[in-house]
Design a protein around this ligand. Structure first.
Ligand SMILES: *[C@@H]1O[C@H](CO)[C@@H](O)[C@H](O)[C@H]1NC(C)=O
Ligand SMILES: *[C@@H]1O[C@H](CO)[C@@H](O)[C@H](O)[C@H]1NC(C)=O
Length: 411
């Protein structure tokens, strides 16, 4: 349920950190100091004092350091921060941000203020942010307001070699980790936690990003655990525990008739525990572009409401979602080796546009069982073409492949 304002948003008061990476001139001449603790720049770390300015000063020192790997260190303690931008360009090729302690956002909406976000202008070629510390967005008062314009906890923009590992993210007002227009991203061993009913609290949102891997992490939020949006390609997602949440989703794509494309996304060895959706591709009628070459493999469901969904009639919850004569083309999608339980009366939904359809959908070795007996066949299958082999419940609009055991029922 990512809104399509990622590319156009006014960045003011949107994030705790806004990390802007622009490519940098290599100015390495010598090696100076490499670790810059925020304590040396006046941070108190007492959870009461606003440490924002100390962070800005420490960042300025890190960013101006020449050579080596200048490291911004946030030691143990609780650091109260207002929105800030770590600005660049920086002088070193590599910059690290080491978070040992806890960063907390202001606890009230008014205290966030309208300050310009901290731009982490990591004009470095490589940026690594690592734990074991945490970032707590204190989102509860924002969720209660039900406004769409809510800050996201951490935003990386235009990074070319970005690593995020070992960090925990808690209760962002909106999405927790947003990665826009980056190339070469590795996210691992992170933990994201927000309540099941917190609105739009996506775990990780990717847009315009290529060559990314997200692995060995656990994500439980009120919205998509991971959302892959327009402009992403070559994304591998492996060994993720998702739940609660709305699954690992492609899209939504094509909102407001935009041109959106996603390809080469591979989701493997992921578990969905009491999530609303699991493997999901959602597109809004009227868009152009494609979602193709997407695989979900070795997926395990436990009480998922709708485990497998391709929805070309997605209008973000609107009751009427009429076709517009064109749609994002969905093709070359495979769902393989999936098993577990579903909690509602829909295990598989392939709901494709009557003009564009979904092409080359392949399902194999899938066994989904209802937690309670279903009244009707728990499958929706419209305008989808492809093949199913050993799929339970059977998917009648896909042709059954050879060796089929569970998919030869005619409806
Ligand atoms: C994703 O996995 C494929 C297949 O193993 C591999 O060829 C590709 O390089 C991987 N991409 C990334 C970004 O890790
Ligand atoms: C998924 O569940 C299986 C079976 O319980 C378990 O072996 C595996 O470690 C889990 N993976 C994750 C990422 O939680």
């Amino acid at each position: 349920m990512v809104r399509k304002d990622l590319h156009t948003t006014q960045l003011g008061f949107q994030v705790i950190f806004f990390i802007l990476c622009i490519s940098l001139f290599n100015l390495s001449i010598g090696y100076g100091q490499t670790t810059f603790s925020v304590m040396d720049y006046g941070a108190k770390g007492d959870g009461q004092t606003d440490d924002t300015q100390a962070f800005v000063k420490a960042w300025t020192a890190v960013c101006g350091a020449i050579g080596g790997t200048p490291t911004l260190q946030i030691p143990s303690g609780t650091f109260l921060l207002k929105p800030l931008n770590f600005k660049g360009p920086c002088k070193a090729n590599n910059i690290h941000i080491q978070v040992l302690g806890k960063i907390v956002a202001p606890s009230t909406v008014s205290a966030w203020g309208e300050t310009v976000q901290v731009i982490v202008g990591c004009a470095s070629k490589k940026l690594a942010a690592y734990g074991p510390g945490s970032i707590d967005g204190q989102g509860a008062p924002w969720w209660a307001q039900k406004k769409c314009e809510r800050p996201r906890a951490l935003l990386f923009n235009g990074c070319n070699d970005l690593t995020i590992s070992g960090l925990s993210f808690i209760n962002s007002p909106r999405a927790h980790v947003v990665i826009n227009d980056c190339t070469g991203v590795s996210v691992s061993n992170i933990k994201i936690i927000a309540p099941e009913d917190s609105p739009n609290t996506d775990g990780i949102d990717l847009s315009g990003t290529t060559n990314a891997k997200i692995f060995d992490s656990s994500i439980g939020t009120g919205d998509d655990c991971i959302a892959i949006n327009g402009g992403c390609s070559n994304v591998n997602i492996t060994n993720i525990a998702c739940g609660p949440g709305h699954g690992i989703s492609i899209g939504s794509l094509g909102d407001s008739a935009t041109d959106d494309s996603v390809e080469e996304v591979h989701v493997q060895f992921c578990n969905f525990t009491t999530t609303q959706n699991g493997a999901r591709i959602k597109t809004v009628p009227g868009g152009t572009g494609f979602a193709r070459k997407i695989t979900y493999d070795h997926i395990w469901f436990d009480g998922t409401t709708k485990p497998i969904v391709i929805d070309q009639h997605y209008c973000n919850g609107a009751k009427v979602c009429a076709e517009k004569g064109k749609a994002i083309a969905v093709s070359d999608i495979t769902f393989t080796n999936m098993q577990g339980t579903f909690s509602n009366d829909l295990a598989i939904k392939l709901d494709c546009d009557s003009t564009t359809g979904c092409k080359n959908i392949r399902m194999e070795q899938i066994n989904l069982t209802p937690l309670e007996p279903t009244k009707e066949a728990p499958v929706v299958c419209n305008n989808a073409m492809g093949e199913s082999i050993s799929v339970t419940p059977p998917v009648p609009c896909l042709s059954s492949g050879y060796g089929s055991e569970g998919s030869h029922e005619e409806l």
